[in-house]
Design a protein around this ligand. Structure first.
Ligand code: FE
Length: 201
């Protein structure tokens, strides 16, 4: 059974962190990184229905959104060969790999009608964390680095990311298109059934 307490504690800690440091992006990213590293250090808490891949495209399952939309937590599940479009975020984001491995490629705009310029590429392994934001570099793709099984990463963003107006970029031409990512699920994990521990206590 999923150890949902781990996710509940993470969300409680993230809520305290945005209250304290939400207006200070570098501090927020420092604290968020530490907390996300703690969450992904163990792979025993993500309920199975939020870990399912889809044969056609990657899935993005909302695990939690702060009531004031100051942050959101999403599990991304990539099947073999699946990849995001080239996209930006417009808010800070943290990406930690829980299962498998992922390939990140960074891009920048090269000018009107110019192909996107690739500025880097790296692999994220389980336990390691990437940060994005308009201040750090905000345009990338993320793909499953494994050819034979799904990979899963946990993303934390400084907004309700499924409701943010952002952009995808046509790699070959640099064309910018409006993008709102949405979510694959309509029901969220139940963090709040603590009855077993209360009965036992
Ligand atoms: Fe991204």
């Amino acid at each position: 059974m999923a150890n949902i307490e781990r996710l509940r504690r993470f969300i409680q800690d993230m809520t305290r962190a945005v209250e304290k440091s939400g207006a200070d992006e570098p501090a927020m990213l420092r604290e968020g990184k530490k907390l996300l590293a703690g969450l992904i250090a163990r792979d025993d808490w993500l309920p199975e229905e939020f870990a399912l891949s889809h044969p056609d495209t990657y899935r993005q399952y909302l695990l939690y959104c702060d009531p004031l939309e100051r942050f959101s937590v999403v599990s991304f599940v990539w099947g073999p060969g699946q990849t995001t479009p080239v996209h930006d975020h417009t808010v800070w984001g943290l990406v930690g790999v829980l299962r498998g491995a992922e390939k990140c490629e960074e891009f920048e705009r090269a000018g009107e009608n110019q192909p996107m310029r690739k500025t880097g590429e790296h692999r994220i392994e389980p336990g390691s964390i990437d940060a994005v934001s308009p201040a750090l570099g905000d345009i990338h793709t993320v793909s499953n680095a494994l050819a034979d099984r799904p990979s899963i990463s946990i993303h934390v963003y400084g907004a309700n990311i499924g409701a943010v107006k952002r952009h995808v970029y046509v790699r070959e031409t640099g064309e910018i298109k409006p993008f709102v990512s949405g979510y694959s699920n309509s029901v969220l994990p139940n963090l709040w059934d603590r009855s077993a521990e209360v009965r036992a206590g």
